[in-house]
Write a protein that binds this ligand. Structure first.
Ligand code: EPU
Length: 337
């Protein structure tokens, strides 16, 4: 147990914030011990995975627990299906690479997403046409109310776009300990419908891609436009892509003929990056904070010295200008602490 501990290395924005207490846990027993300590001292809790989807705007007056549970196991279901279980503290991308090495298919489009396995169900991570709900079997959690282990299946997780029960009514109640995915051992279903993947595969001269080729293409695309958090502090997309009613989209189209939208029934999903860019934010820097020059949906700690408050205020300015110009209210995707 450490006191007055700097969380700077534990958040990918790289902002300074201190936690009154901090501990790292490697087993469920260690986790329970830490929770008992917090209970006796009436401390608030903050769970840290890879720290890739949080913005710390102030010091934390409680106990921050970094979940470091490790291990991967697998069970062959039949010749084409394998269930792979990874503990919460496994690094997401290393887990994806492990599966690709074994030729297990299903995770390749999710290559190079920062963070750990344990936080992947929280926001139903997704990229290039895949979300974890597509390959999810279940996750095991510790219920902080009863101190009991519980299993959530696909339906119980209530996954939506960057959303799950763990971000809604289950927020703060469950600690995800391990996640099981259903992957293919052969007859992989290759998802290349996302335009950027197709053009990258063409660049690479690949006609009949394997799952490893798709992963390579995704890695190339991400590296070409998303900043590496190890080099420039960021948390990926800062906002969700907003979904608006078709009628509102059509009215906007009259005014902004280049507006893009992906219809889904009576609603249309609009790329937030485009809206932000149209408001003049792409590459713009104020103080220590900027919108990334190649992907305006990503806010960066441009100098490495930004505070969480500065980043938060910058995001508020973006929200206000998108609201003024388009009448659309952007929602933050990153968890604000
Ligand atoms: N666009 C702009 N200007 C910008 C950025 C984007 O005009 O500055 C336009 C692009 O031209 C494109 C559209 O917006 O037509 C969509 O852009 P992109 O393909 O880069 O995807 P995105 O919608 O911005 C989402 C996810 C990403 C994920 C990519 C690829 C969200 C909030 N973000 O971004 O996820 O990698 O799709 O699937 O849904 C993350 O969550 O941290 C993340 C990086």
């Amino acid at each position: 147990m450490q006191e007055n501990f700097s969380l700077k290395p534990y958040n990918t924005f790289g902002v300074e914030a201190r936690s009154r207490f901090f501990t790292e846990v490697n087993t469920i027993d260690e986790l329970k011990e830490a929770l008992t300590f917090a209970e006796t001292q009436s401390l608030q809790l903050l769970f840290l995975g890879g720290g890739s989807n949080i913005l710390l705007t102030k010091d934390f007056d409680g106990l921050a627990i970094r979940l470091n549970l490790r291990g991967i196991s697998e069970e062959s279901i039949h010749e084409n299906e394998v269930w792979v279980t990874a503990k919460a503290g496994e690094n997401w991308h290393e887990f994806v690479m492990y599966c690709l090495q074994k030729n297990y298919g299903g995770l390749e489009n999710l290559s190079l997403i920062p963070g750990n396995v344990g936080t992947s169900p929280m926001q139903n991570i997704g990229a290039y046409g895949t979300e974890i709900k597509d390959i999810f079997v279940s996750c095991e959690v510790l219920d902080l109310e009863s101190f009991e282990l519980r299993t959530f299946n696909l339906e119980q997780c209530r996954f939506g776009y960057r959303d799950s029960i763990f971000k809604q009514e289950g927020r703060g109640r469950y600690v995800i300990l391990e996640v099981t995915f259903k992957l293919t051992q052969k007859n992989h279903s290759i998802k290349t419908e996302y335009g950027a993947i197709q053009s990258e595969l063409e660049n690479l001269g690949i006609e009949n891609p394997t799952i490893q080729d798709v992963s390579r293409a995704v890695i190339n695309i991400r590296q070409s436009k998303l900043p590496n958090p190890k080099e420039i502090g960021n948390a990926g997309s800062f906002f969700k892509n907003p979904t608006i009613p078709l009628a509102q989209f059509e009215a906007l189209k009259q005014q902004f003929e280049n507006i893009q939208g992906y219809p889904n029934g009576e609603m249309v999903k609009v790329p937030a990056g485009w809206l932000i860019e149209q408001c003049g934010w792409k590459g713009k820097q104020i103080g220590n904070v900027a919108s990334h020059k190649l992907q305006s949906l990503v806010i960066i700690n441009a100098t490495g010295n930004a505070t969480g408050k500065e980043i938060f205020d910058f995001s508020t300015e973006i929200i206000n200008s998108v609201k003024d110009k388009f009448g659309i209210e952007l929602e933050r995707e990153v968890n604000i602490i």
